[in-house]
Design a protein around this ligand. Structure first.
Ligand SMILES: Cc1cc2nc3c(=O)[nH]c(=O)nc-3n(C[C@H](O)[C@H](O)[C@H](O)COP(=O)(O)O)c2cc1C
Length: 361
């Protein structure tokens, strides 16, 4: 089996490797009649692309998207939308060592163990270059859910967290870390720079909030909205943890602290708290959906790590080349895209089963 497709009604398949001629996505199941041009997709790719600051990798990829199919006279036709991004900055020589020895923290050994063969140039299919394809598909998904507002930010780098009291959403795009706390952003400049100069790397926590999701999206049990989001976020390279709402912190609360009390409001019940992260019983409650995602530190570092070669000999490896000192930073637009892709699918699934009830669903 191969698993390169995500979603049920709004589905996308990504294709391509980091050192092939191009990568891309095929989006199938998109409703017809939505206005779509490359200009709707490009800003999201620009947000993810490398080399935008000294705190991300210095690879140069313009990441220009082309729509190859599924759009006629500027509107989606309901047929597969094929999106292509050319690879223009591959440097195979940076990766020649990787052909011989496995890089710990990368997919090298696991791919070899499974397939007996691997494209070692930049990690091939396991390279996070693939996430550009998701970001392109995510831009199309956003057109399906125009009333949903999605944004993500970095809330922690290397164990140094933002102060929630200083949260200011308007600051997120004012610094190279997508950080809503300007004081934390200043601290992170030195933190990330020091790690990079040491040849090391740092992990990060990214948080994503989707508001404007009506009550009723999702499903009970085996396709809970929680588990769909967890699967989507976990599928991103370097993600090792996902929490919905208070997540693990909820396990440390008492029942009355963790409840999201309700009172009658003008348009139905109003919630007085949101520990659940906008989901109950696997179905959205109409509250903002909140997800926290843990990114591990970049595996490619200049500090030698013990490993073995393909021949089974002991060796030490340092991974030269151009790498992100903290992959969580560039993970932000990828997380936003996965949120959009899940919610677009859930909207269409809900409509398929429950129809349009006239309440904005
Ligand atoms: C946007 C983004 C960029 C990444 N860039 C790098 C990188 O420059 N160097 C690196 O070692 N890992 C990078 N990664 C992570 C690796 O792709 C990932 O750790 C590796 O493929 C192993 O997969 P796993 O961590 O999901 O198990 C990046 C991840 C993301 C989301």
């Amino acid at each position: 089996m191969s698993f390169n497709t995500f979603g049920r009604v709004f589905r996308f398949t990504t294709w391509g490797e980091s050192h092939g001629p191009a990568i891309g996505a095929v989006v199938d199941g998109c409703p017809p009649g939505l206005a779509l041009t490359e200009a709707d997709i490009q800003p999201f790719l620009d947000k993810r692309k490398p080399g935008t600051s000294k705190f991300t990798t210095q690879r140069r990829e313009p990441d220009e998207v082309r729509i190859l199919s599924g759009v006629f006279e500027g509107k989606t036709t309901g047929t597969p939308i094929s999106l292509m991004i050319e690879n223009t900055d591959q440097r195979s020589k940076d990766y020649s060592e990787v052909a011989k020895a496995y890089r710990p923290g990368h997919a090298d050994y696991a791919y070899d163990a499974k397939y007996g063969f691997r494209d070692y140039r930049g990690g091939g299919r396991s390279s996070a270059r693939e996430t550009a394809s998701r970001v392109a598909a995510g831009a199309v998904a956003r057109l399906v859910i125009p009333d949903v507002d999605i944004f993500a930010f970095v809330s922690e780098i290397g164990g140094d967290a933002i102060d929630p009291a200083r949260f200011d959403a308007s600051e997120i795009d004012n610094n190279p870390f997508f950080c809503p706390d300007p004081q934390a952003a200043l601290r992170w400049e030195k933190l990330v720079d020091d790690a990079r100069r040491d040849g090391s790397s740092l992990g990060a926590v990214v948080e994503c909030i989707a508001s404007g999701v009506p009550a009723g999206w999702g499903a009970p049990l085996y396709a809970k909205l929680d588990s769909e989001l967890a699967a989507a976020m976990m599928s991103i390279n370097a993600v090792k943890g996902v929490e919905i709402g208070d997540g693990f912190a909820a396990a440390r609360l008492r029942g009355e602290q963790n409840a999201d009390p309700m009172r009658p409001g003008q348009d139905g019940p109003e919630f007085l708290a949101n520990h659940a992260g906008g989901i109950a019983g696997g179905i959205s409650t109409g509250q903002p959906i909140k997800v926290r995602i843990a990114f591990k530190p970049t595996s490619s570092i200049l500090i030698p790590v013990e490993t073995v070669t393909r021949e089974g000999e002991a060796s030490d490896i340092i991974t030269k080349g151009r790498h992100d000192p903290c992959v969580g930073i560039r993970g932000v637009p990828v997380v936003e895209a996965m949120m959009a892709l899940v919610l677009a699918d859930q909207k269409l699934l809900d409509r398929a089963q429950c129809g349009d009830d006239g309440k904005g669903r």
